[in-house]
Ligand binder design. Structure first.
Ligand SMILES: Nc1ncnc2c1ncn2[C@@H]1O[C@H](COP(=O)(O)OP(=O)(O)OP(=O)(O)O)[C@@H](O)[C@H]1O
Length: 338
């Protein structure tokens, strides 16, 4: 069932020449996790605030469970009761214990329901052993789990996560983001995660929406976004890739036949080019002009014919700057922009 439907959402703040969110449309199915990605200032937070009913739409409409979301001008209390937001700042009540922090957001429920719900949340969020501690005695990850428990306590229809992991250090972030996103999956909550991190989006989300200058460039499953990007921008956002005019490749490598690719751009991911020492006719001879050691692999810049550069990802640690080698393309993986 479709839980969220955004139709032509448009928002321009006074004083700005362009809309921060420009005619954005998409939908989310119940239980899905959507990653909203884009660079700084692309409109991610504005879109999230429009969905949460915290910002007024100029035009367009947003439905949650088929009910129109109203903006601040129509609500006495800002926001929507069935949409919860989690930020980088965990917004916990510092003088209350873990249990009381959860109880605080369950006001209005019977004592019996509260007891059952708190037990379930402590277990889901692995907080049982910390139930009587106050937030300042918890680690960053434990505080993050408590913030999450509070956000889902009264079973929101939609959870909005605005870069919730950005204050955590790299070690913590790696573990905690998997824990929290596993909890989201287990709780069956529909969620939107705003992130700058392309790898996080690819590995964790059911769907990815890429936004640039307020416009939705592409919205699809991670594999489609990665393998069939609709624009060079989207292709480059998700990892090192070679974007080349097909005309430059004509005669250098055989491009797809049977179609007119005269003016198209093509995309070859760095890991889809193999390094070989074999000088077959199909392989391109080049010289290594740059080497970036990245631990598990190395990214090389290889110059062909003095005018065409390729980024190539390799596991071979023995290649050195200045080496002359050959590049073998996996032609099945060459992507043509239409
Ligand atoms: N209240 C506001 N008044 C005026 N302009 C705003 C307001 N809020 C956002 N903007 C502008 O709208 C654009 C989008 O901002 P937004 O915060 O939505 O981007 P973002 O993608 O979330 O950025 P970041 O990743 O840096 O948080 C920016 O140009 C920003 O300056």
């Amino acid at each position: 069932m479709r839980i969220l439907e955004v139709q032509n959402a448009f928002k321009k703040f006074s004083g700005n020449s362009l809309g921060s969110v420009q005619n954005v449309s998409f939908g989310i199915e119940e239980g899905e996790l959507l990653a909203l990605v884009g660079e700084n200032g692309s409109g991610k937070t504005t879109l999230l605030r429009l969905i949460a009913g915290l910002e007024e739409l100029d035009s367009g409409v947003i439905y949650l469970d088929q009910e129109r979301i109203t903006g601040p001008s129509e609500n006495l209390v800002p926001g929507h009761p069935k949409i919860k937001m989690v930020h980088q700042a965990f917004q916990l009540s510092k003088n209350l214990t873990v249990i009381d922090n959860i109880k605080e957001v369950l006001k209005g429920y019977t004592a019996e329901y509260k007891k059952i719900r708190i037990e379930a949340l402590l277990s889901l969020c692995k907080l049982e052993h910390l139930a009587h501690q106050k937030p300042k005695t918890l680690s960053g990850g434990e505080q993050q789990r408590l913030a999450f428990a509070r956000a889902i306590a009264d079973e929101p229809l939609l959870l909005l996560l605005d870069e919730p992991f950005s204050n955590l250090d790299v070690m913590q972030k790696h573990i905690i983001k998997h824990e929290v996103l596993d909890m989201i999956k287990h709780s069956g909550t529909t969620a939107i995660l705003v992130t700058h991190d392309a790898q996080e989006a690819l590995s964790l989300a059911d769907g990815i929406a890429v936004i640039k200058d307020g416009q939705l460039l592409q919205y699809d499953k991670p594999e489609v976004i990665y393998r069939n990007p609709t624009s060079p921008y989207v292709a480059q956002f998700f990892g090192p890739t070679n974007i080349i005019e097909s005309a430059l490749l004509n005669g250098i490598i055989p491009i797809e036949t049977g179609k007119d690719h005269t003016n198209t751009m093509i995309c070859i991911r760095a890991e889809d080019i193999r390094i070989t020492w074999n000088s077959s006719d199909d392989n391109l001879k080049g010289k290594v002009i740059r080497k970036d050691y990245l631990g598990a692999h190395t990214d090389l810049e290889v110059m062909i014919n003095n005018d065409l550069k390729f980024i190539v990802r390799t596991n071979d640690q023995n290649i050195r700057l200045g080496d002359v080698l050959y590049l073998e393309m996996d032609r099945q993986k060459i992507h043509y922009f239409q």
